[in-house]
Write a protein that binds this ligand. Structure first.
Ligand code: GLN
Length: 237
C-alpha cells in the first residue's frame, strides 16, 4: 500500500481534550481510503522526520506552549518549506497560535510563533468556552472551544470559516481559524476530525494529491458521525 507519513507535533505537551483523536481518525480514514499511515511523533529536541506528507498539532496550556517554543522556532524553517510545497497541516488551538507571529498571554509573557499564518494572539481575562458551529468551504464544522487567547488575522490572512455559533478567533469579528496554502488553523477541539469527516477527507485528498498526484475517494459509512453531527447542531453554546 502507498504510504502517507504523518508528523505529529509535541504529542506529550499539546493534547487538550483528546486532540490526539485527530491522528486516530486520520489513520483510520487513510486506511479505509487505501493508504498506509506512518506516524512520526516529534518531541522537543528531535530533528524533523525525512518524509512528511501531513502535519498535525493539538492544543495546550499557555505553559506547555512556552515549553515547546524553542523547539518550534528551531524547526520553523523546515515547516515553512513543507507548507510552501503544499503539505497539508491541521493545527489546533495552542499549535494554531504558535503558527502565527506571537501569543502574548494574559500574564504578559510572549510566546513567539513561526509566522506561517499572518496573525497574532493576545490573552484576555475572559475564557471563551463552549460549543461552536462554523460555516466553511468544507460544509458546517462543529467543535468545542476553550481559550483565553484572542486571535486577530492580518489584512490578507484568510480565515478557515465564519462563526455561526460561539466565539471563534476573538469573539468579535466572526472569523474562525485560518487557512494559508494547505495549512489550516482552528480553535475547535472535539476533537474536530471525528465529528467532521468531510473536512478530514479533504485534508486526506490534499495530502495524497500532493504526494502521489492523484486521488480516488472511497465511500465510507458515516452514519454514526451523522448522528453525532445532528446532536451537535442542537447543542446550545
Ligand atoms: N493556552 C491557549 C489559550 O488559552 C490555548 C488553549 C488551547 O489550546 N485550548 O488561548
Amino acid at each position: 500500500m502507498k504510504e502517507i507519513h504523518i508528523l505529529h507535533l509535541y504529542p506529550n505537551e499539546l493534547n487538550t481534550y483528546g486532540d490526539h483523536g485527530n491522528r486516530l481518525v486520520l489513520m483510520k480514514r487513510l486506511g479505509w481510503t487505501g493508504y498506509e499511515p506512518v506516524v512520526h511523533h516529534h518531541h522537543p529536541g528531535d530533528s524533523l522526520a525525512k518524509q512528511i506528507d501531513f502535519v498535525i498539532g493539538g492544543g495546550g496550556q499557555d505553559s506547555a506552549q512556552a515549553d515547546v517554543q524553542a523547539d518550534i522556532l528551531k524547526i520553523g524553517d523546515g515547516l515553512r518549506k513543507l507548507a510552501e510545497s503544499g503539505v497539508p497541516m491541521l493545527t489546533i488551538c495552542g499549535t494554531y497560535q504558535l503558527f502565527g507571529h506571537r501569543f502574548v498571554t494574559n500574564t504578559g509573557q510572549e510566546v513567539k510563533g513561526i509566522s506561517i499564518f499572518d496573525l497574532e494572539t493576545v490573552g484576555s481575562d475572559k475564557r471563551m468556552i463552549g460549543n461552536v458551529m462554523v460555516k466553511s468551504e468544507f460544509g458546517t464544522i462543529f467543535g468545542f472551544e476553550n481559550h483565553s487567547g484572542q486571535t486577530f488575522l492580518g489584512e490578507n490572512q484568510a480565515p478557515l470559516a465564519k462563526v455561526l455559533r460561539g466565539n471563534g478567533n476573538n469573539g468579535k469579528d466572526k472569523t474562525e481559524g485560518a487557512r494559508s496554502l494547505n495549512v489550516f488553523g482552528t480553535y475547535l477541539h472535539g476533537p474536530i476530525l471525528p465529528n467532521n469527516p468531510a473536512f478530514c477527507d479533504e485534508l486526506i485528498k490534499l495530502a495524497v494529491e500532493n504526494h502521489y498526484g492523484e486521488f480516488s475517494r472511497r465511500k465510507i459509512d458515516d452514519s454514526l458521525s451523522e448522528m453525532a453531527r445532528a446532536t451537535a447542531r442542537r447543542r446550545p453554546y
